[in-house]
Design a protein. Structure first.
Length: 168
């Protein structure tokens, strides 16, 4: 599974209130949430992000509350993956659950510049900065996580494993 897109850089301790401000927690439609993604730090992000774009961040990305709204907003805004030095554990789990790839690559933050074209190879464990011709290694995601992500998240994955179809 490879993801290609433009880099968006954010620093350390980007919390869920920055990713999706609390005043939008009453929204339930993912596309509505997407319109407010990263609004707490970049009010233009949701209008400028393109499908597949990749967030590159510092330490502790997604800290704060355990709301699933934050990764949902990013995914439906078009973010293809989040690469960070480290993640808050609940954000990492919520991201996988909703099908948003998250990768721990400590070297990425210093190596990548805003706007660089990136490729994340989840199976191969390689982040390529296509702009600079640089390759960074990371621990590939385990196969079960790749299956969940390629299914679109935990619920679609479980439905496919259990043979459950949505009601017509």
């Amino acid at each position: 599974m490879k993801i290609r897109g433009r880099a968006w850089k954010f620093g350390d301790s980007i919390d869920t209130d920055v990713i999706l401000p609390g005043k939008y927690l009453t929204l339930t439609e993912p596309k509505e949430l997407a319109q407010h993604a990263m609004e707490g730090i970049d009010s233009e992000f949701s209008r400028r992000v393109q499908p597949g774009d990749i967030i590159v961040a510092g330490r502790n990305f997604g800290c704060g509350s355990s709301r699933e709204h934050a990764p949902l907003a990013l995914k439906h805004a078009g973010v293809g993956a989040v690469v960070a030095k480290s993640f808050a554990r609940i954000f990492f789990r919520n991201a996988v659950n909703i099908g948003l790839p998250v990768v721990i690559c400590p070297e990425a933050y210093e190596a990548v510049e805003q706007g660089d074209q990136l490729e994340v190879d989840l199976e191969g464990g390689v982040l390529r900065d296509l702009t600079k011709g640089v390759e960074l290694k990371f621990t590939p995601l385990p196969s079960f996580l790749l299956e969940i992500l390629s299914s679109g998240g935990l619920i679609p994955y479980l439905k496919s494993k259990l043979g459950v179809r949505d009601a017509l």
